[in-house]
Design a protein around this ligand. Structure first.
Ligand SMILES: Cc1cc2nc3c(=O)[nH]c(=O)nc-3n(C[C@H](O)[C@H](O)[C@H](O)COP(=O)(O)OP(=O)(O)OC[C@H]3O[C@@H](n4cnc5c(N)ncnc54)[C@H](O)[C@@H]3O)c2cc1C
Length: 342
C-alpha cells in the first residue's frame, strides 16, 4: 500500500534505532519519559534495532541510569549550560545536530507542552513529517513504517497516520497511552556523553518559570461536582463552583469540557488520560458518560447524574439520575442547600 510513497532503500537503511526524547522536570525525569522508553523498547524489538534515550539538560547525568533500567540500550547525554532550561530553539538545534549525525529511524516525544512544542520544530528542521498525539503505536515491520493512531472528531473516529516518505519518523505520544516498564536494576546499557557544539545565540530568554498549580483537592476530595460539555461555557463552571462551595466539594470536568478550553487539564477526570478518582459522592452535570470518563469515576461510592437527555449513557451507571437542564437544576440545588443552612 505504501509502494508509491516509499523512501529510497538506502535512506531507510542508513536510519536505525528508536529514540525516546526524555523530559526533565524539577530535576527528575518526567514520567512520560519512562512511557516513551517503554514504547521505544517495544518498537525497537519489532524492528530488530536498539531503543535509545536522549537526555538533555544541565547536571542530569544522575538521571540516566533509570532510563536504562526502564528499557534503554543507550542513553545519549547532552549537558550544557544552554540546556539548563527548556527553550525551543536551543533544544531543537541541539537535537537536530544529533539526529543528523546519528540518523535515528524513529523519534518519540511526549504529547506534552514541551514535546508538542519541540517535535514539530525538529520535524521541520529535519525535513520530515510528524505523527501527532498518538494513543497507539504500531509498526509495519516489512516496510519499517511507524503507524501512529490518535482519536479524532472528539474521539468518534480513530485515525492512523504514517510518514513513509521521510526519515526519521517522528511521533508525539499522549501521556498514559503506553505503560512504562517497571525498572529492572539488572538491565545494562551504555551512557554516551555527546559534546554539545556551541549553541547559536537564540532570541528567546527564560525570565521566569511560573508553574501551573494542579488542583490538589480533586484527586482526594470526598465530594466532586463535575461538568461536561453540557455546561456550555467556561462561565457555566462558575455555577458548578457555587454548588461545590456549598458542599465543600472539588470541581472536576470531562474531557469534553477540557477540549472546549473551559477548564485546565488538572480538572480532567477519566481513566484514559484524566485523573482517576473515587469520592464518596460524584455529581456529574452535563456529562454523557463515555467509557473513558466512567473508567475514571467507577470507584465513586455514589454517583448523581444531571443530564437533559434521558438516554444519556451516564444514567446506566448513576445511582441517582435527574433528567433536566443543569442551568435550572444546579441553581435550585444551591438555593436549597443555602436554605437548609440558614
Ligand atoms: C483515547 C481517548 C481517551 C479519552 N479519555 C477521556 C477521559 O479520560 N475522560 C473523559 O471524560 N473523556 C475522555 N475521552 C472522551 C470521551 O470519549 C467523550 O468524548 C467525553 O467524555 C465527552 O465529554 P462530555 O460528556 O462532556 O461531552 P458530550 O459527550 O458532548 O456530552 C454532553 C452531555 O451534556 C448533556 N447536556 C447538554 N446540555 C445540557 C444541559 N443544559 N443540562 C444537562 N445536560 C446537558 C448532553 O445531553 C450530553 O449527554 C477520551 C476519548 C478518547 C478517544
Amino acid at each position: 500500500m505504501w509502494d508509491e510513497l516509499l523512501t529510497p532503500l538506502d535512506e531507510v537503511a542508513e536510519h536505525m534505532h528508536v529514540w525516546a526524547v526524555a523530559e526533565v522536570e524539577d530535576e527528575s525525569v518526567a514520567s512520560i519519559s519512562y512511557q516513551l522508553i517503554g514504547a521505544a523498547r517495544d518498537l525497537a524489538d519489532l524492528l530488530g534495532v536498539k531503543a535509545e534515550a536522549v537526555l538533555m539538560g544541565k547536571d542530569v547525568e544522575g538521571l540516566a541510569q533509570e532510563l536504562i533500567w526502564r528499557g534503554a540500550d543507550t542513553v545519549y547525554l547532552l549537558e550544557e549550560d544552554a540546556l539548563s532550561q527548556y527553550r525551543t530553539e536551543t533544544y531543537a538545534q541541539v537535537l537536530a545536530n544529533l539526529a543528523d549525525d546519528r540518523k535515528p529511524e524513529i523519534l518519540l516525544f511526549g504529547a506534552t507542552d514541551k514535546g508538542e512544542d519541540l517535535a514539530p520544530r525538529l520535524a521541520q528542521q529535519l525535513g520530515t513529517g510528524l505523527l501527532p498525539d498518538c494513543t497507539k503505536l504500531e509498526v509495519d515491520q516489512a516496510e519499517r513504517i511507524l503507524l501512529g493512531t490518535r482519536p479524532t472528531y472528539d474521539g468518534g473516529l480513530m485515525e492512523t497516520n504514517a510518514c513513509p516518505e521521510k526519515r526519521p519518523q517522528i511521533a508525539t505520544v499522549r501521556p498514559g497511552a503506553v505503560e512504562p516498564y517497571p525498572p529492572s536494576e539488572s538491565r545494562r546499557g551504555d551512557l554516551e556523553k555527546i559534546s554539545v557544539e556551541s549553541v547559536e545565540e537564540v532570541t528567546a530568554k527564560v525570565l521566569e518559570v511560573v508553574k501551573e498549580v494542579p488542583e490538589p483537592a480533586l484527586r482526594h476530595a470526598k465530594i466532586v461536582v463535575a461538568g461536561g460539555r453540557g455546561v456550555g461555557s467556561a462561565d457555566g463552571f462558575k455555577l458548578l463552583q457555587k454548588l461545590a462551595d456549598e458542599l465543600g466539594a472539588a470541581v472536576g470536568a470531562s474531557r469534553g469540557a477540557f477540549d472546549e478550553g473551559w477548564v485546565g487539564r488538572e480538572y480532567w477526570v477519566g481513566g484514559a488520560g484524566g485523573i482517576t478518582i473515587g469520592p464518596d459522592l460524584y455529581i456529574a452535570c452535563g456529562i454523557s458518560g463515555a467509557i473513558q470518563h466512567f473508567l475514571g469515576i467507577k470507584d465513586s461510592k455514589f454517583i448523581v447524574a444531571i443530564n437533559k437527555d434521558p438516554r444519556a449513557p451516564i444514567f446506566e451507571f448513576a445511582d441517582v439520575g435527574i433528567v433536566g437542564d443543569l442551568h435550572e437544576l444546579v441553581p435550585a440545588l444551591v438555593d436549597e442547600l443555602r436554605k437548609t443552612r440558614s
